[in-house]
Design a protein around this ligand. Structure first.
Ligand code: NAD
Length: 272
């Protein structure tokens, strides 16, 4: 833990997560809210970010570039979109900043580009920052190893609000990866992401994904291990974005004094 409260800036501060992050940083004694960035050219430039987040004025106004606040912050929290995050990584690496990245929906090329920054700045990257989900990942690893490589059909089911742009969720993919790795499988080979028409019976080793998009669901994930005679379901339900935001602020405080490298929430929570 850093001896000094890290100064935190939030990019995408007008977004659903951005506004929740403002409230989470404000509630955190060990961190200082130092800046908020909105999309270039946004009409929200100059707005107090406390008002954006539904509280009173906090004395920090929204800007539309990192350069405008380069001397004001230590750690950038980024929950935006893949290309935005990649350009922010370049900026932060160049200027000696640290990052907490929650953005999901990166393709393989974008993930490879992000991974290249592991040698350039300290960053925490996790598709789900909630403490409960990260504990769930640990439980899934234990369950998969105990149930073994045969006999149990594995399906991952997730549900999110109607505005979510990527599917399946980054968390669902992460859960599938953890289970696959524990069983010596890979999602490239065994992941099944669509079933339609005469698709035939399931194969023994496939890991199936199903996606629900509806209303205001914050995020629900179930991994099912089913065999003849019994079914085990491990479920996590988020009821507020605050759980992700609090995890991100915890990660920002944690990464504030870490060496250059790529870390995840398992590292932050010492679950590794
Ligand atoms: P959102 O659309 O409400 O917010 C994204 C914000 O980014 C918008 O306000 C947009 O204006 C802003 N933005 C876009 N380009 C920008 C730029 N160049 N500079 C500054 N701001 C820019 O979306 P959301 O629901 O807040 O989710 C954002 C991302 O976070 C998604 O990828 C989502 O899947 C992910 N997410 C991750 C977690 C986690 O725990 N890791 C949890 C929730 C959401």
């Amino acid at each position: 833990m850093s001896r000094h409260a890290p100064r935190i800036a939030i990019v995408g501060v007008a977004g659903r997560m951005g506004r929740t992050l403002v409230n989470a940083v404000e509630q955190e004694a060990g961190a200082t809210l130092a800046g908020g960035i909105v999309e270039p050219g946004s009409s929200l430039v100059g707005t107090d970010i406390g008002e954006l987040a539904g509280q009173g004025k906090l004395g920090v106004t929204a800007v539309d570039s990192l350069a405008a606040i380069v001397d004001d912050f230590d750690v950038l929290i980024d929950f935006t979109a893949p290309q935005v995050t990649l350009s922010n990584l370049a900026f932060c690496a160049e200027h000696g900043k640290r990052m907490v990245v929650g953005t999901t929906g990166m393709n393989d090329a974008e993930l490879a580009e992000l991974d290249g920054y592991r040698a350039k700045l300290p960053m925490v990257f996790a598709p789900n920052m909630s403490v409960g989900v990260n504990l769930t990942l640990k439980l899934l690893e234990t369950a998969a190893k105990a149930l073994g490589d045969e006999g149990y059909d594995i399906e991952v089911i997730e549900a999110h609000h109607r505005h979510k742009v990527d599917a399946p969720s980054g968390t669902a993919l992460k859960m599938g990866e953890v289970v696959a790795e524990s069983l010596g499988r890979s999602l490239d080979e065994h992941g099944v992401f669509t079933r339609e028409g005469q698709c035939g019976p399931r194969t023994d080793k496939e890991i199936g994904f199903a996606t629900v998009r509806a209303g205001d669901i914050v995020g629900e994930h179930t991994v099912m291990f089913a065999t003849e005679g019994e079914r085990i379901e491990i479920t996590h339900k988020a009821s507020s974005r605050m759980t992700f935001a609090k995890g991100a602020v915890r990660a920002a405080r944690w990464v504030a004094d870490k060496e250059i490298g790529r870390y995840d929430m398992q590292d932050v929570l010492a679950l590794n």
